[in-house]
Design a protein around this ligand. Structure first.
Ligand code: FES
Length: 125
């Protein structure tokens, strides 16, 4: 006998409420989440740092500096796809919820986000 996992899409508001370039704190299904918009993409992760529980929604968006060839400028990639914790600076990947420094061991839950009829829906497991 198999059991099917069900998920629920929770409406967190109109898409127009989620401007790009900053984190948005929302509450969905009894959980605090942080939603970030990058262009037409949306990311949602738990709004609690895995270090000591700070609200990640109070942090700053940043990108990643890629290694470069000697003599050339470093390249900034994935701009605004990481959130830096406001307390001690841990950097979390918004696409995966994983720590940029220790992705295999440190993470917060991430949630798929959908847009339907101008509303933002977060898929809760
Ligand atoms: S609570 Fe987030 S880095 Fe310490």
């Amino acid at each position: 006998m198999s059991s099917a996992k069900t998920s629920t899409r929770v409406d967190v508001g109109p898409v127009s409420d989620f401007g790009p370039g900053r984190p948005h704190a929302v509450r969905a299904a009894g959980r605090d989440l942080v939603v970030v918009r990058k262009g037409d993409e949306f990311f949602a992760i738990r709004d609690a740092c895995p270090h000591q529980g700070a609200k990640l929604s109070g942090g700053a968006l940043c990108g990643q500096v890629e290694a470069c060839v000697r003599g050339e400028q470093p390249v900034l990639s994935r701009d605004a796809e990481f959130l830096t914790c406001p307390w001690h600076g841990w950097k979390m990947d918004l696409r995966t919820g994983r720590s940029a420094l220790e992705p295999e061991t440190v993470r917060v839950k991430s949630y798929p986000v959908h847009v339907e009829a101008g509303r933002l829906l977060v898929e809760m497991g």
